[in-house]
Design a protein around this ligand. Structure first.
Ligand code: GRF
Length: 224
C-alpha cells in the first residue's frame, strides 16, 4: 500500500495531531505522518510528536517580521520545509496563523483543517462561548479543505454532538473534541486513499454511503 506523506501544522497542545499520529500507526492506514511543524517553538504538541518518533520543526513566525512581507517570508519558509519533507497532504490541527491566498491556492486539494463547529456556522474564534450564547441544541466539528477565506472551503466530513442545558464552554469543547479525534483520522484516510477528493469547489466521495438515523435534542417523546 502506498502511504501518502502527511505534514501536520500545529500551534499548541496538539491533541488532534496525536489522534492522527495514533491512527497512522495502524498498518492499513493510508497515510504516514512525516513531520509536525509548529509556528510556536514551545508548543506542547512538538514534544508529544517527538515522543512518538515523528520529526518536528519549529518555524517561529515572529522571526519573519510583521506585515505582508513578514507573512510572505514565513509562508515561504513553511513551503520550503513542506517540500523538504516531501509532504503530499498538509493537515492544520490547531494551527493559529491565517494563511494567504497564495499559500492556500498552491496547496489546494491537499490542505485540510479541523474546526470545532458545524461550518458554515460559527467561523472564527470563541466558538464554544458563541454557540452557548446562541442557544444551539446541536454542535459539532468539521473537517474541510482550506480555501483562502478563513474557516471555509469544501467540507469533507462533520460530526454532531448535543448541547446540554448546563453546558459551559469547557464542557461543550470537551464533548466536541472527543469527536474531532474520531473525525479527523477518518477524513484524512478518505483523502489519502483517494476515496474522497476535491473536484472544483466540492468534495467527491467514491462511496456515497451516509449513516442512518438522526440526532434530536431534546430527546423526543419524554412527557411529564
Ligand atoms: C481544536 O478544537 C481544533 O478544532 C481547533 O483548534 C483546536 C486545537 O486543539 N482548530 P488541539 O491542539 O488539536 O488539541
Amino acid at each position: 500500500m502506498i502511504r501518502k506523506r502527511v505534514a501536520i501544522l500545529i500551534s499548541g497542545r496538539g491533541s488532534n495531531m496525536s489522534a492522527l499520529i495514533d491512527a497512522a500507526k495502524a498498518k492499513d492506514y493510508p497515510a504516514k505522518i512525516s513531520c509536525v511543524i509548529s509556528n510556536i517553538p514551545d508548543a506542547a504538541g512538538l514534544e508529544t510528536a517527538r515522543a512518538n518518533g515523528v520529526e518536528t520543526l519549529a518555524i517561529d513566525h515572529r522571526a519573519f517580521g510583521k506585515g505582508k512581507e513578514g507573512r510572505a517570508a514565513f509562508e515561504a519558509a513553511l513551503d520550503e520545509a513542506l517540500q523538504r519533507f516531501g509532504a503530499e497532504i498538509v493537515c492544520l490541527a490547531g494551527f493559529m496563523r491565517l494563511l494567504t491566498a497564495e499559500f492556500t491556492e498552491r496547496w489546494q486539494g491537499e490542505l485540510i483543517n479541523i474546526h470545532p463547529s458545524l461550518l458554515p456556522s460559527f467561523k472564527g474564534l470563541d466558538i464554544h462561548e458563541r454557540m452557548i450564547e446562541a442557544g444551539v441544541k446541536i454542535a459539532g466539528c468539521t473537517v474541510h479543505f482550506v480555501s483562502a477565506e478563513t474557516d471555509s472551503g469544501p467540507i469533507i466530513g462533520q460530526a454532531a454532538v448535543p448541547v446540554a442545558p448546563d453546558d459551559t464552554p469547557a464542557s461543550l469543547a470537551a464533548r466536541i473534541l472527543e469527536q474531532e479525534h474520531r473525525l479527523y483520522p477518518e477524513c484524512l484516510a478518505q483523502i489519502a486513499s483517494g476515496r474522497a477528493h476535491l473536484d472544483e469547489d466540492s468534495v467527491v466521495r467514491l462511496d456515497g454511503a451516509a449513516p442512518s438515523g438522526a440526532l434530536i435534542n431534546p430527546i423526543p417523546g419524554i412527557r411529564p
